[in-house]
Design a protein around this ligand. Structure first.
Ligand code: SF4
Ligand code: FES
Length: 342
């Protein structure tokens, strides 16, 4: 008979939940949800061994456990610290944790240019959100910033290394999803940078997903660069029949034009299903997609500020048998959806 695993009780900002042993504080906070979930710039639940690199998820552990109630002496990275039974954690309620996050934000911005007005990631950038919430109005840094020229790494992806925060998500993704990783973090310390060896191109079938996991604008879609600010486009859930991936994507549209295609992401901005390069970069014709209806964007950032949708039920074009065929997303259908969106 299998023994039931005893769950651990953890309290975060006064809210208690029970989780399996081995769960990180960050995942426990996500289980509770709401504003006490620490931000995460490098942790990505779908990427093995991610986390522990950016320190934006710092929290204060005010009680270690029921067995040893002493507080932890320093702030800890919540993505890499496992809960103990009876643990008490402070995030929003901790001045120390908020100060720590402010310091980390300042550190991350030492070399990061404030080029949000021209950066394609603006409006959905985690560093922009952090800077807005915790950033200092002035820099205290006296040295020159590291600068790099923008680089085309393959036919579809642009690397702006000066925006990179070295979270390593793109490297872990390539390890996990592609047969042969062609890029990585070269050099060490202040010289560390993302690069391909000998200027190789990234052209694996699923490599476009690095764009979706990059928390800043260091990796952007060359087929959509400077095409539109993200808040002027409207996201639609769409599907297509694809032999390589699930074919479930989000089309970011302006009128009846597909500006870019991305994977679908959850409220923590993590991809639900990886999509292939063909769906992401090659299928810019709406007729190749079956458009289900407006995508609900469930995260606090500029992209979620507009009202993109009314009542999603009324957009379920899949109820229409004709809509199950690829190619139904004709101009008329898009105009109809467009008119109904606020
Ligand atoms: S390019 Fe983006 S995903 Fe890759 S390490 Fe830099 S910030 Fe992270
Ligand atoms: S998200 Fe925890 S250290 Fe980066």
């Amino acid at each position: 008979m299998s023994e039931e695993v005893k769950k651990f009780k953890v309290t975060i900002d006064g809210q208690t939940t029970e989780v399996l042993p081995g769960t990180s504080i960050l995942e426990a906070a996500r289980q509770i949800g709401g504003k006490s979930v620490p931000p995460a710039m490098c942790y990505y639940s779908k990427l093995e061994s991610s986390g522990g690199r950016c320190r934006t998820c710092l929290v204060e552990v005010s009680k270690g456990s029921e067995a040893d109630p002493r507080p932890m002496p320093k702030l800890v990275a919540s993505c890499r610290t496992s809960v103990m039974d009876g643990m008490e954690v402070k995030d929003l309620t901790s001045e120390k944790a908020q100060e720590g996050r402010k310091a980390v934000t300042e550190f991350l911005l030492i070399n990061h240019p404030l080029d949000c007005p021209i950066c394609d990631q603006a409006g959905e950038c985690h560093l922009q959100d952090l800077g807005y919430e915790h950033g200092n109005p002035e820099t205290r840094y006296e040295f020159d910033r590291r600068t790099f020229d923008a680089d085309d790494i393959g036919p579809y992806i642009k690397l702006n290394m000066n925006r990179c925060i070295l979270c390593a998500r793109c490297v872990l993704l390539a390890n996990q999803l592609t047969e042969k990783r062609e890029h990585g973090i070269l050099y060490r310390g202040d010289h560390a940078e993302i690069s391909t060896m000998l200027n190789k191109a990234l052209d694996n079938d699923f490599i476009g997903n690095v764009i979706d996991v990059c928390p800043v604008g260091a990796l952007t879609d060359r087929t959509a660069r400077f095409a539109s600010r993200v808040w002027f486009t409207k996201p639609y859930n769409a599907t297509c029949s694809c032999t390589k991936c699930s074919g479930k994507a989000v089309l970011w549209m302006k009128g009846d034009e597909v500006i870019r295609v991305t994977a679908r992401k959850n409220q923590y901005d993590e991809v639900e299903d990886w999509i292939c390069n063909e769906c992401r970069f090659e299928k810019k014709n709406p007729a190749l997609w079956n458009i289900e209806g407006p995508r609900h964007i469930d995260r606090h950032s500029v992209i979620s500020l507009n009202h993109y949708e009314k009542n999603t039920d009324s957009y379920n074009v899949l109820d229409n048998p004709d809509a199950k065929e690829i190619g139904v997303a004709d101009e008329q259908q898009i105009k109809k959806l467009d008119n109904e969106i606020i």
